[in-house]
Write a protein of this length. Structure first.
Length: 731
């Protein structure tokens, strides 16, 4: 039988598997070089689509009957208010939507009144307002969404001047439309207040099931595959950590808004805590399999993971559907999951820990699972100064990406506004809209947003033109608008490009309904042209005006990641056993995981920026990132299985903690001990030496260390092991 060709070898197949998967915003994926433009079909929200369509569709239908133009302003306000509603605690949504309803009307009326004063007055005022709307992102995601929609209102308001009477009518009708949508969302058609938080927790458990399933697949490979394990760690560990932090933020926001921990909120917190502990133990299981791939351990791990994954899926579904579980029927499967592992004590201990947390998660889904209640004391309600003024002052520095973004948006909008107001047309406001809404604080995000907006606009425009050709009456156009609104708002969380593709036909039909006399192909051509031009301007401005060079960001995030892992190592290796040690380990584990996620986000942005991906510091940080992931995994093993640490290796434990602290604080590396490392610390010491050899090769040699051990795997900018040339440049 001929030998398999290189193209069909397991490493190449694994490489293609991890390179082919394109991540989404919720799950960025393993390949840092690829834009996360994948579709996340779990983000479909049909109820939100129906509610948004009803909010402004009813007003549109009333206007068809009444033929009173101010009703169109009310309909538009209701539609735009739905864009501002990103969910979350009721009080927060009420504040944001109410503020938008009144500020939007005042903005439209005020700009309409000063529009006849000409460019010297209108452009500075409009740029100042764009700066304020863009800078609002420092408060929250909801404030960022409201600021973006207010920019849309600003661009529409500059289309035509208003008299004093028209301005007053505009304020009233816009406020009426926004408040109607708010009333519909928060009172009449109120979504379950706990549902978003519980869905976020369910997503964490689903992420654990995916991690478990992928780990089971890796164990089943004929030979241990270093590249596949690296891709697995970057994809799943990053995604699950992000999901955990998203869920934690939503739960705490919900608790703060009610100033107490209700039964449902406490239940969600306990479910999240159990999931986080399972996540930590699964990382240790993966490290055991990767570092010591004996056939017996791999066989035992495969059996355990195969039994565990259905349990995680079952609990995730129960949380998502708010359903009850029959613990008596589930208990035999939970008990059986950890059976037969006694021949590997370390794996058996980890399995028992995981199964215990699974049992807690299942019990919380029974009718008698949780009944404490209580008041939120830690991290309670913030005073107004801390909530509103604090973020404004913290970001009031040129080092802040948010301030640079606001300055850039207002500076680029000035010439665009001057051009569109000088050569006024029915659709010229789309240029300013596209420039400001496409622009993001970082180049990579702007580039992705431009690609998705342009592609979605062209595709959606073609669909809209075809639909407009067959919709020949105002009633048929209104019916299509309702259907497209349902589809568009339901798909808002799938991906930005898909959302734009669904939104553009709606815009085409709305323009035909509100401003008859323009052909659908004219509308599509103008919107596509202004979108392409605005996208190019936004991308170019991120490289020219106050650019944020990603190598500098990578350097800062790498220092944070090194500091987080130094604290993690200090807690695991040097603190005495006890409650204080466990609390310190929990805090440092989370900090180290978040710092690694931030580092990989900065690396991903750097790889999208022209020439930054080949910067020596970026390439060195890629190697350091992979090494830190392995250091973190090995420390997690020592945390969950302390008997694996050699008691005689105290000198080496001190050296590891001191070396990581020295690298993070830019101090000289301590001298390497002359004693034997001990079996339990061989891999960890090798990883620390590789980290020092990557970032400070001269100091490693001076400290008495050998050349970095090639056994720990490293990755290049594509997520694959670097060749000799890349490694030499990185060092």
């Amino acid at each position: 039988m001929p030998a398999p060709s290189p193209s069909t070898s397991p490493p190449d197949r694994a490489r293609r598997r991890f390179a082919a998967g394109r991540g989404s915003l919720s799950r960025p994926g393993a390949d840092l070089r690829r834009l996360p433009t994948g579709l996340d079909l779990r983000g479909v929200r049909l109820v939100e689509g129906v509610r948004a369509a009803f909010a402004f569709g009813t007003v549109i239908l009333i206007n068809i009957w009444a033929q009173w133009p101010p009703l169109l302003t009310m309909a538009l306000a209701a539609n735009l208010a739905c864009f501002c509603d990103n969910g979350g605690p009721t009080r927060t949504r009420l504040r944001v939507l109410t503020a938008f309803s009144f500020l939007g009307g005042l903005l439209w009326a005020g700009l309409g009144l000063i529009q006849p004063l000409g460019l010297p007055v209108v452009v500075p005022v409009a740029c100042a307002l764009i700066f304020a709307c863009s800078y609002a992102r420092v408060w929250s995601v909801q404030a960022q969404a409201a600021g973006n929609v207010l920019v849309v209102v600003l661009c529409i308001a500059l289309d035509r001047p208003l008299t004093l009477g028209q301005a007053a009518t505009t304020v009233l009708m816009f406020a009426a439309g926004g408040l109607w949508a708010t009333f519909l969302a928060l009172v009449i058609w109120r979504l379950h207040p706990y549902r978003p938080a519980h869905r976020a927790v369910a997503e964490v458990w689903r992420g654990l099931a995916r991690l478990c399933g992928d780990l089971e697949r890796l164990v089943a490979l004929p030979e241990p595959d270093a590249e596949a394990f690296d891709g697995h760690a970057r994809d799943h560990r990053r995604g699950v950590r992000t999901s955990i932090e998203t869920a934690r933020t939503m739960i705490l926001d919900l608790a703060r808004s009610r100033e107490r921990v209700s039964d449902r909120t406490g239940q969600a917190l306990l479910r999240l805590e159990s999931a986080e502990q399972i996540f930590s133990a699964l990382i240790a299981v993966g490290e055991l399999i990767d570092s010591r791939p004996e056939p017996q351990r791999r066989a035992l791990a495969k059996i355990f993971l195969r039994r565990l994954r259905p349990l995680l899926v079952t609990i995730a579904r129960a949380i998502r559907d708010d359903a009850s579980l029959d613990l008596a029927r589930l208990e035999p499967a939970i008990t059986r999951a950890a059976e037969g592992l006694s021949t590997d004590p370390t794996l058996a201990r980890l399995a028992e820990r995981i199964v215990g947390r699974v049992r807690i998660g299942a019990k919380l889904s029974t009718p008698e699972g949780y009944r404490p209640g209580g008041t939120l004391t830690e991290g309670g309600s913030l005073d107004r100064w801390t909530r509103y003024v604090g973020p404004l002052r913290q970001n009031l520095t040129l080092a802040s990406p948010n301030l640079r973004h606001a300055l850039r948006a207002s500076a680029v909008a000035a010439p665009a506004l001057a051009a569109t107001l000088t050569y006024a047309g029915a659709f010229t406001h789309w240029l300013v809209m596209t420039v400001v809404l496409t622009m993001q604080p970082f180049y990579a995000a702007t580039w992705q947003r431009a690609l998705e907006r342009i592609g979605g606009t062209v595709l959606g425009g073609l669909v809209g033109a075809v639909l407009a050709y067959y919709a020949t009456t105002p009633l048929s156009e209104a019916g299509l608008i309702l259907v497209l609104s349902i589809v568009g708002f339901a798909a808002r969380q799938i991906s930005y490009g898909f959302f734009v593709a669904c939104l553009t036909p709606l815009v085409v039909l709305l323009v035909e309904l509100l401003e008859p006399g323009h052909s659908s192909w004219e509308i599509v051509a103008m919107r596509a042209g202004f979108t392409v031009l605005g996208g190019l301007i936004a991308v170019a401005s991120c490289l020219v005006l106050w650019p944020i060079w990603e190598p500098d960001q990578v350097r800062q995030e790498l220092r944070r990641a090194l500091g987080g892992h130094a604290a993690f190592a200090e807690a695991v290796l040097r603190m005495p056993p006890g409650p204080e040690r466990e609390a310190a380990i929990l805090a440092t584990t989370r900090a180290a995981g978040l710092a690694l996620n931030d580092l990989e986000a900065a690396l991903s942005r750097a790889l999208q920026q022209p020439r930054a991906g080949h910067h020596p510091e970026v390439e060195a940080a890629l190697v350091a990132d992979a090494t830190l992931r392995r250091i973190s995994a090995r420390l997690t093993v020592l945390r969950h299985a302390p008997e694996a640490a050699d008691p005689k290796a105290e000198t080496w434990r001190d050296w590891i903690a001191a070396t990581l602290a020295a690298v993070s604080e830019d101090r000289p590396v301590p001298e390497r001990p002359a004693r034997d490392r001990g079996q339990s610390l061989v891999r960890l010491v090798s990883q620390v030496e590789l980290l020092v050899g990557t970032l400070r090769p001269a100091e490693l040699r001076a400290a008495g260390g050998p050349a970095p051990d090639p056994e720990p795997r490293m990755t290049d900018r594509d997520g694959h092991p670097p060749g000799p040339s890349e490694l030499s440049r990185a060092r």
